[in-house]
Ligand binder design. Structure first.
Ligand code: NAD
Length: 496
């Protein structure tokens, strides 16, 4: 698995795939065949061609995985925190050693730029290192009950944690859930998206090679309807972390209700990025472009709504459109400015949003169509798009598009910008560019969002808690909050 990146890329270019890709479930510390030999196909979005096959799991495989996780739970949860920490460090080390293969698989499975996939893998390493450092620092509280009592809290692992993972940041999302769950002493059953099943399997394989005991991390591949639904309805799990769309999140919550399973929902967004007239224009331009065109806009926290102060609008938009016009499309391996979107279905969905927005009278200022770049034949590309919204209520402002589509709104001042920012059902992240720190703080306090970025969109890392409000979900991942999501708090009081 340590072949150099160039050799791996050459292998893919020659064969259209990579050798040694698993087409099996990872259960109880090993690859296992499922109850049937049914397989599904994963596509390379940059060429539209089948890249790999993977096992189509369902109820039987999920049940086997949950049972393996339950069997492994007592020993793992009772492993001394310092020893658990060492295993997490070793996983980070394994991922570092195999980072090239993991990043390449992620690039080919999801379509994202190779450089971005490499950044995601560095994020995976950081997640395991961060939670390795946190395992033995999970201290509780004590209560002042008077001289005859001792009272304290203790955090206990919640049990088997299910992870339902989307296709836009497959390995990153897997790690940000799995690492804190393992740190807390939970065991895990993960179900990656059917568009991008491979990196989670490889992560489980690497974790096993790093010394994670059998059954502590299991991965079942398959569709959401078969494997996903079976997992979230399983009575053996104690917690669900779901990352995906609002509609599926609602379904997951309903399934969880039957067993009263705890749920953490990371759902969609239509995040506002406010640019005030006093900003550093160069910094704001870079910020706006990165916020919407990174990963072809397929980011839950993408800055998909630019809210610009009216007096800056004309000059800022001229420069923005000039830069958007120069963005190049291409296969993720060729390190383009913007890569393909993840599936043909999704490509058509993005175009449907844009075409109906145009038909309603919204002004398409750039892009607005499906592209067929000559350097990436057969791939699924959408032109970087900018739309000036006709009203704050228009669906193009209200609905998540999840593609390279920036929607522009104008505001007279900060007050109106805040009102517009808070004007959708989503509340995941919000950003502001201004040189006036008082305005930035006012915005940060009054905008409804799980996290606020000032003068650098996407600032921060695994240290910073992340999650949404309202239709963007609830619960927090990352940071020390992330570990608490996998713990149940117990209060103990003794009369002495
Ligand atoms: P999706 O809801 O269709 O799928 C997400 C996952 O749920 C996949 O693994 C899928 O197989 C599984 N699934 C589908 N039906 C299921 C069911 N009935 N029971 C259990 N699991 C089921 O979402 P998507 O279209 O793949 O992802 C895009 C969405 O995810 C966007 O809305 C985006 O904003 C959101 N997202 C949010 C975050 C965040 O952190 N808030 C991060 C990434 C993506």
């Amino acid at each position: 698995m340590n072949t150099s990146l160039d050799a791996l890329i050459a292998e893919f270019r020659n064969t259209g795939t990579l050798s040694g890709l698993p087409c099996a479930q990872f259960i109880d510390g090993a690859y296992q065949a499922g109850a049937t030999s049914a397989a599904l196909e994963s596509f390379d979005p940059g060429s539209g061609r089948v890249f790999a096959q993977f096992a189509a799991g369902g109820e039987v495989e999920v049940d086997a995985a949950v049972h393996a996780a339950k069997r492994a739970l007592p020993a793992w949860s009772e492993t001394a925190p310092a020893a658990r920490s060492r295993v997490l460090w070793a996983i980070a080390q394994q991922v570092r050693q195999h980072a090239d293969r993991l990043a390449l698989i992620e690039c080919l499975d999801s379509g994202k730029r190779l450089g971005e996939a490499q950044g995601d893998v560095r994020g995976v390493i950081r997640a395991f290192e961060y939670y390795a450092g946190a395992v033995d620092k999970m201290q509780g509280d004590s209560f002042p009950l008077g001289k005859d009592y001792i009272g304290f809290t203790v955090e206990e692992p919640i049990g088997v944690a299910a992870q339902i993972i989307p296709w836009n940041y497959p390995v990153g999302t897997a790690a940000r859930g799995i690492a804190p769950a393992l740190a807390a002493g939970c065991t895990v059953v993960a179900k990656p998206a059917e568009q991008t099943p491979l990196s989670a399997l490889l992560l489980a394989e690497l974790a096993s090679a790093a010394g994670l005991p059998a059954g502590v991390l299991n991965v079942v591949t398959g569709t959401g309807a078969a494997a996903g639904a079976a997992l979230v309805a399983h009575p053996g799990i104690g917690h669900i972390t779901f990352t995906g769309s609002v509609a599926t999140g609602q379904r997951v919550m309903r399934a969880a209700a039957d067993n009263v399973t705890r749920v953490l929902l990371e759902l969609g967004g239509k995040s506002p990025l406010v640019v005030l007239a006093d900003c550093d224009v160069e910094q704001a331009l870079d910020g706006v472009l990165g916020a919407i065109y990174e990963n072809a806009g397929q980011i839950c926290s993408a800055g998909s709504r630019l809210i610009i102060e009216r007096k800056l609008h004309g000059s800022f938009m001229a420069r923005l459109l000039e830069r958007v016009g120069k963005l190049g499309l291409g296969h993720g391996l060729d390190q383009p400015d913007v890569g393909p979107v993840n599936s043909l279905l999704h490509l058509n969905r993005i175009h449907e949003h844009v075409a109906t927005a145009a038909a309603r009278g919204n002004a398409v200022l750039a892009g607005g169509s499906i592209a067929q770049p000559a350097n990436a034949p057969g791939g699924w590309f959408y032109r970087p798009t900018v739309i000036e919204a006709r009203s704050a209520q228009d669906p193009v402002v209200q609905e998540e598009i999840f593609g390279p589509v920036l929607v522009v709104q104008q505001a007279d001042d900060l007050e109106q910008a805040i009102a517009l920012a808070n004007g959708t059902d989503y509340a995941l992240v919000a950003g502001i560019y201004t040189r006036d720190i008082a305005q930035a703080y006012r915005f940060a306090r009054r905008v409804d969002a799980g996290q606020v970025y000032i003068n650098e969109y996407f600032a921060g890392g695994i240290e910073v808690p992340f999650g949404g409000n309202r239709k963007s979900g609830f619960g927090r991942e990352k940071g020390l909050e992330g570990i608490k999501s996998y713990c149940k708090l117990k209060s103990v009081v003794a009369r002495v």
